[in-house]
Design a protein around this ligand. Structure first.
Ligand code: ZN
Ligand code: MN
Length: 133
């Protein structure tokens, strides 16, 4: 039955997406797509890496997840889509959340100094984590 096939493929897709989102929200490690794929494969052995990529793109376009773009290297993904900062350890490569409110005063001072209207900003911290010091 055509209808039944459509129904099944749709619910399988949404189950895959739900699992990817739940897995990403359940970790603080800011995984790459490949790392996330390896985690979800434990629950859904037949899922493909391409499916994980496609769903991450879909979720990012809808503001459900953040893509942390490190230029030349691969992206990392974050299930916390709220504006927050990250600390990248140059020793082990791990990415940590930095607690604290967004630096609105920084935006205000840039606006004051330039006369521009500041809509958003990006701020990255780099150094050595507690284990790597
Ligand atoms: Zn480290
Ligand atoms: Mn984060």
């Amino acid at each position: 039955m055509k209808n039944e096939e459509n129904h099944n493929s749709k619910s399988r897709r949404s189950r895959q997406r739900d699992l990817i989102l739940a897995t990403l929200r359940g970790t603080k490690s800011h995984p790459t797509a490949l790392e996330l794929y390896e985690k979800v494969r434990g629950e859904m052995p037949r899922i493909s890496l391409g499916t994980v990529y496609r769903n991450l793109k879909w979720l990012r376009e809808r503001g459900e997840v953040l893509e942390l773009d490190y230029g030349a290297t691969f992206s990392r993904f974050d299930g916390n889509a709220a504006n927050h900062y990250h600390f990248t350890c140059e020793g082990c490569g791990r990415v940590f959340d930095v607690a604290g409110p967004p630096a609105q005063s920084l935006e205000r001072s840039v606006a004051r100094d330039t006369g521009f209207r500041v809509l958003s900003h990006r701020l990255e911290f780099y150094g050595l984590c507690a284990d790597c010091q």
